[in-house]
Design a protein around this ligand. Structure first.
Ligand SMILES: Nc1nc2c(c(=O)[nH]1)N[C@H]1C(S)=C(S)[C@@H](COP(=O)(O)OP(=O)(O)OC[C@H]3O[C@@H](n4cnc5c(=O)[nH]c(N)nc54)[C@H](O)[C@@H]3O)O[C@H]1N2
Ligand SMILES: Nc1nc2c(c(=O)[nH]1)N[C@H]1C(S)=C(S)[C@@H](COP(=O)(O)OP(=O)(O)OC[C@H]3O[C@@H](n4cnc5c(=O)[nH]c(N)nc54)[C@H](O)[C@@H]3O)O[C@H]1N2
Ligand code: SF4
Ligand SMILES: [Mo]
Length: 709
């Protein structure tokens, strides 16, 4: 028996785990690491199932290559040779824009995903770059970029010190938190209440977070921007502001907010005018307050407006960049990536729908258009890394059909699933316990500065490649160096770029391989002067202290001030006003998350599926009666139709139905998932509707009809 410490890589929360393994390397027990200064022993059922996920018999052990229409096991040499042939032919015949990249959610967490994403993108030189960002948090980047200059400057609630928290469209008790990394979020909310603070949740469902809160408000899906504007209106009208950061745009903001009286807002979102006024007064009067809004507000038609107004309220009430308000974390290894240049979007536009590039990406919502529409720049080949867009993208069935028509597709993914089944080559990364872990990106969004490195628990087999080595090989192939070059060449190249300003560090770098060398370099260049050795000395993780005010270091707008009314966001306000004239749809669809699930890829672990984690349609009993529903219902939208089991519950607002995403596994290579297939919520979401400022997909507030079966 052996014990190993490591960070759980499954979600943003980054809990420290203590694993007990047998001699063969099988996980016997998973516990929360009590000595981790941040997670303090917390873990959720997914972390507890890490061993089963790690040893999932359906995980691919070898590459698969398509021969005569069939995916067959192949050697790494055969697989890379085929990638070289397929991508090479596409680039030679149709140019680089004909090859697209898609980076899925796990690439935000894996070391390889973080280290190779930018280099792969730059080396390919295609405009067709897509990622899970535009089906998730892109509105946050846009709002932060336009207000603070830096799209990665995400203001995080100072959860452990705040006195008042307004949560919109997030269910951290179930999701464990997003863009706000806080192990045991529930315990931290309870602590907030115990110190005399208040939690208010705005959600069309009475979620487990709403149940814990002091107050829960139902809101009509897709209308948070109105409520937030109503709060801004009240703060300005009643003189409840206490700005203590340098700002511009206050007169413009004042005139934009004028139309959004609490009465107008009530008609749009269903929150009583008196409640909006009271909320504004409570946020302003609290000793400290933080407004926090997530998926329910990001993946909505006015996502960027909502994210902007969240930080407008934080700023107006004096809660931006101060203890107990919202603050900016200081990362251990990322500060050198700050460009210092003011953020802008739309350096180029997509070919078919003319959508602006944001952070160098096009919206996932237009990927099918770019694959299907002939002409110069049409996508003919695709490389996905850790993504399952055939389930996760809006209008997913259309995208899945488009994938089947590609000339060539490569997937770096451990599973044969709804997306990878269309591939010509699947390159599987090793098991979780064979991979190192250092969560670079989540450092930006932690409620406390903290770092932890986990070296691989188990060695690689001779017939395995690390994910970094796989991505390095792909980079070398895309750069024209062919399939036979040693991936170490690539690691040296990355180190050379990183250390351009400090080449003297190269010789003293520590680490067992290129990935560790790069980590050592980033830590040494980073804000805390850490190193790989310092991380090894702190196997339970390193507490780097509470968040500190640091707005002046972050700000890089053209004015050097926080912009309360960026032109690109102000320009979208007339659309919000116009929408007031449209009648509200009779029924709308929203999503939901379950504690034992994570997007599309953990439905193959028996202990995580079944019970309450099922793909059902939640609907209010009044609506069940109104539509004469039995056990099953058909749900129809402009995009498609599904048939699904009905779950009547008064925890959801009348007029709203909820389906979880990530289901619809009937064509999966995962046996357990196939038996619990469920239906794909994204057969109903419409890829033609996006938040136009960020290009983000709309998963909440989708108009639907519900019909008896
Ligand atoms: N257990 C579990 N944890 C996860 C994941 C998972 O799939 N399962 N996924 C991970 C990922 S990738 C992410 S991005 C995070 C997301 O983390 P969260 O943002 O906390 O995600 P959800 O739990 O979906 O919470 C969104 C809430 O918004 C509500 N909502 C829907 N529409 C609206 C609306 O128009 N207005 C308002 N105010 N609310 C609305 C929904 O009812 C829901 O309760 O979770 C991460 N953690
Ligand atoms: N209707 C609706 N749709 C949604 C959402 C919603 O709330 N409602 N939420 C959206 C959100 S927030 C997100 S983040 C997206 C997620 O969208 P995606 O990122 O496209 O999908 P995931 O389901 O996270 O798929 C992850 C893939 O990575 C693979 N994988 C797992 N571990 C690794 C690894 O270590 N390396 C590699 N290379 N691959 C790995 C898995 O096998 C799987 O194929 O879905 C979005 N879709
Ligand atoms: S909350 Fe669960 S899935 Fe997320 S890091 Fe912690 S144990 Fe892992
Ligand atoms: Mo996400």
């Amino acid at each position: 028996m052996k014990t190993a410490l490591r960070t759980c890589p499954l979600c943003e929360t980054s809990c420290g785990l203590r694993l007990t393994l047998d001699d063969a390397g099988s996980v016997l027990r998973v516990e929360g690491d009590e000595d981790d200064p941040f997670s303090k022993g917390f873990l959720c059922p997914k972390g507890a199932a890490l061993g089963q996920l790690d040893e999932d018999p359906d995980r691919l052990a070898r590459p698969l290559v398509r021969v005569d229409g069939q995916l067959r096991p192949a050697s790494w040499e055969e697989a890379f040779t085929e990638v070289h042939r397929g991508l090479g032919e596409t680039m030679a015949a149709h140019g680089r824009n004909a090859v697209a990249l898609y980076f899925g959610n796990p690439t935000f967490h894996t070391m390889a995903g973080f280290l190779y994403r930018q280099p792969l993108t730059q080396t390919l030189g295609s405009r067709n770059v897509y990622s899970a960002s535009t089906i998730d948090q892109m509105p946050k980047h846009v709002a932060s970029g336009l207000m603070f200059g830096d799209p990665m400057a995400v203001a995080v609630p100072d959860l452990d010190r705040t006195d008042f928290m307004l949560i919109l469209g997030a269910n951290p008790v179930e999701s464990n938190g997003s863009l706000c990394v806080a192990p045991n979020f529930k315990g931290r909310l309870r602590a907030l209440q115990e110190r005399g603070g208040k939690v208010v949740v705005v959600d069309p469902r009475r979620t487990r977070t709403a149940e814990l809160a002091d107050e829960h408000l139902f809101i009509r899906p897709g209308t948070d921007a109105y409520l937030l504007f109503g709060i801004v209106h009240t703060l300005l009208a009643e003189g409840l502001t206490s700005l203590d950061v340098e700002i511009t745009g206050l007169p413009e903001l004042r005139s934009l907010a004028l139309d959004f009286t609490p009465e107008v807002v009530e008609r749009a979102c269903g929150v009583p005018a008196a409640t909006t006024v009271r909320l504004a007064r409570e946020v302003a009067a609290a000793p400290s307050a933080s407004v926090y809004a997530r998926i329910g507000t990001c993946t909505a038609e006015f996502g960027s407006t909502a994210q902007w107004l969240v930080d407008v309220i934080n700023a107006l009430t004096g809660n931006l960049d101060r203890a107990g308000g919202v603050m900016f974390a200081k990362t251990a290894g990322l500060e050198i990536f700050r460009s210092g240049q003011p953020f802008a979007t739309g350096a180029w536009h997509s070919r078919v729908r003319g959508l602006p590039e944001v952070l160098g990406e096009f919206p996932v919502a237009t990927m099918a258009d770019e694959i299907e529409t002939p002409g110069d720049g049409q996508i003919r080949a695709l490389l996905t890394v850790g993504g399952n867009p055939a389930l996760s993208a809006p209008g997913a069935p259309r995208l899945a059909r488009a994938l089947s028509g590609l000339d060539f597709m490569v997937c770096v993914d451990p599973y044969l699933n709804e997306t990878t089944r269309h591939a010509n080559v699947i390159l599987p990364p090793p098991r979780i316990l064979q991979s190192p872990h250092f969560d670079f990106l989540v450092q930006i969004i932690m409620v406390r500065n903290y770092a932890r490195f986990s070296p691989p628990v188990l060695p690689l087999g001779h017939d395995q490649r690390s994910e970094a080595a796989i991505l390095a090989k792909l980079l070398l192939i895309l750069s024209g160096q062919g399939p036979d070059v040693d991936p170490e060449v690539c690691e040296e190249m990355l180190l050379g770029q990183l250390l351009a300003a400090a080449p003297e560090l190269r010789d003293g770098l520590d680490g067992a391989d290129g990935t560790e060398h790069i980590l050592d370099a980033l830590l040494k260049l980073g804000s805390y002067g850490l190193s790989l050795e310092a991380m090894r000395q702190a196997p339970h993780g390193l507490d780097l202290g509470p968040l500190q005010p640091r707005l002046p270091e972050i700000l890089c707008t053209a004015s050097g001030k926080v912009d309360l009314a960026p032109a690109a966001l102000a320009a979208d306000v007339p659309r919000l006003l116009d929408r007031l004239r449209d009648p509200a749809p009779e029924m709308v669809l929203i999503g939901r998350r379950h504690l034992r699930s994570n997007n599309s890829w953990m439905h193959n672990v028996p202990s995580l599926v079944g019970g309450s984690n099922r793909c059902t349609l939640q609907i209010h009993p009044q609506d069940v009666a109104r539509f004469g529903l039995g056990e099953r219902a058909r749900v129809r939208s402009a995009a498609g139709e599904v048939e699904v089991s009905v779950e009547a519950t008064d925890t959801i607002m009348p007029g709203v139905v909820s389906l979880p995403h990530g289901w619809g596994h009937k064509d999966s290579g995962q046996a357990v998932a196939r038996r619990n297939a469920g239906v794909n919520a994204n057969a109903l979401t419409d890829e033609l509707v996006v938040d136009p400022v960020s290009g983000n997909a709309v998963f909440n507030g989708v108009p639907v009809r519900v019909l008896p079966v």
